[in-house]
Design a protein around this ligand. Structure first.
Ligand code: NAD
Length: 353
């Protein structure tokens, strides 16, 4: 058993930072599957969801049941004009981003959009340019940055405890080829592991390494008889320059329960290893000596990661600065996964990001 330390004992931030105001009023556009996670995270943080827009009657019924008394609209144009709404959470599929963001900005309302920011680098650039031009924040819900272990790992790195990172690796072995075999979108889309999934993982590598990739090399494979249209095994290497490397192994082909979601970041002064969805990180560095230690949050509690990106946007508004996952800052994540998809289609050759 390793010695256990709290983040505070190492001088690390040990909880998801919150905005000063607790009574922010949020309007949600698109009340599908992921909206439920946003609503419970916002509620836990004390923020109010005052309005929902979705043309689908079933989605409206879901919103009414979850949020009694909420103002319901079929058209997002009515929601963004509602004076009760201060900030927008855009939770539609990425095929519906630009018109809703533009309408929100016309009403001077900042937007948090679900990931991915867009399905092409060009549209992502257009959205980032629009936000810059009007001077209203557009942030991306890269909530994996705020999962407990992922957040603590970044704190360890930011504090310089492992020195300068030279390698970050993620290995996921999962079973979505079976679990989501009938999913109307994921089982049939192109680029499932690159464009859809790796939006999270590419973003995490950037977040931990503190650098943007300059080129990527990816190879995807399939299993005979697999269910998904997309290849469901990915091997990917990213070059961040100056001897800094990122690496992703990702399979969703498992026909067993022997899953994993392992991560590590190695620096010239130590290493941190952890589970992508875990509640602790294991650290060995000069500070810990030869015995590694486990870092866990105080009381073993952690807020929903979905409160992370929205909380960061609200803090950025309060402090008059750009959010950490603002659209311009998110562009290298989109470029990474697009280059990865191109590399895989070309049979695994280096592609510039
Ligand atoms: N962060 C995560 O871990 C995570 C997990 C799952 C999905 N997502 C992302 O969340 C987004 C939404 O995914 P989902 O699974 O909730 O999708 P979904 O298809 O279940 O829901 C989308 C909703 O948007 C509504 N919609 C469509 N057009 C609209 C319009 N013009 N105005 C208002 N509403 C409209 C639809 O009626 C539907 O209810 C995607 O970008 C996806 O990648 C993120």
């Amino acid at each position: 058993m390793n010695r256990v330390l709290s983040p505070c004992e190492l001088g690390l931030v040990g909880a998801i930072p919150r905005p000063k105001r607790t009574d922010w009023r949020i309007g949600i556009i698109g009340f599908g599957g992921i909206a439920v996670s946003h609503v419970s995270a916002y509620r836990e943080a004390g923020w109010q969801v005052v309005a929902v827009a979705d043309p689908d009657p079933q989605a409206q019924a879901r919103a009414r049941a979850l949020l009694p008394g909420v103002r319901l609209y079929a058209a997002y144009q009515d929601l963004v004009a509602d004076l009760a709404v201060e900030v927008i959470a855009l939770l539609t599929q990425p095929t519906m981003r630009y018109p809703a963001v533009e309408a929100a900005f016309q009403n001077r309302k900042p937007v948090l959009t679900e990931k991915p920011l867009a399905v092409s680098a060009e549209e992502a650039e257009r959205l980032a340019a629009l936000s810059e031009r009007v001077g209203i924040p557009l942030a991306v819900s890269q909530n994996y940055r705020w999962n407990c272990a992922n957040f603590l790992a970044r704190e360890v790195i930011r504090k310089g405890l492992i020195g300068t990172p030279f390698y970050a690796g993620i290995e996921i072995q999962g079973g979505q080829d079976v679990e989501l075999a009938d999913h109307p979108f994921y089982s049939k889309c192109e680029g499932f592991l690159t464009l859809q999934w790796n939006n999270h993982l590419a973003d995490l590598l950037r977040c931990w390494l503190g650098r943007d990739p300059i080129r990527v090399l990816a190879c995807t494979r399939r299993m005979k008889g697999q269910n998904f249209r997309s290849d469901n095994l990915l091997l990917s290497v990213a070059d961040y320059g100056e001897g800094v490397t990122g690496h992703i192994i990702h399979s969703e082909l498992l026909r067993s329960a022997l899953r994993c979601a392992r991560c590590r970041v190695d620096g010239d002064g130590g290493s941190v290893v952890f589970d992508l969805y875990g509640m602790q990180v294991t650290l060995q560095c000069e500070r810990t000596g030869s015995e590694p230690c486990d870092i866990k949050p105080e009381g073993g509690v952690w807020a929903s990661s979905f409160s992370g990106p929205m909380g960061e946007l609200l803090r950025a508004i309060e402090e008059g600065r750009e959010p950490e996952t603002g659209a311009s800052r998110n562009l290298p994540t989109i470029r990474h996964v697009v280059a990865e998809e191109h590399s895989a289609r070309a049979g695994g050759v280096w592609k510039s990001v």
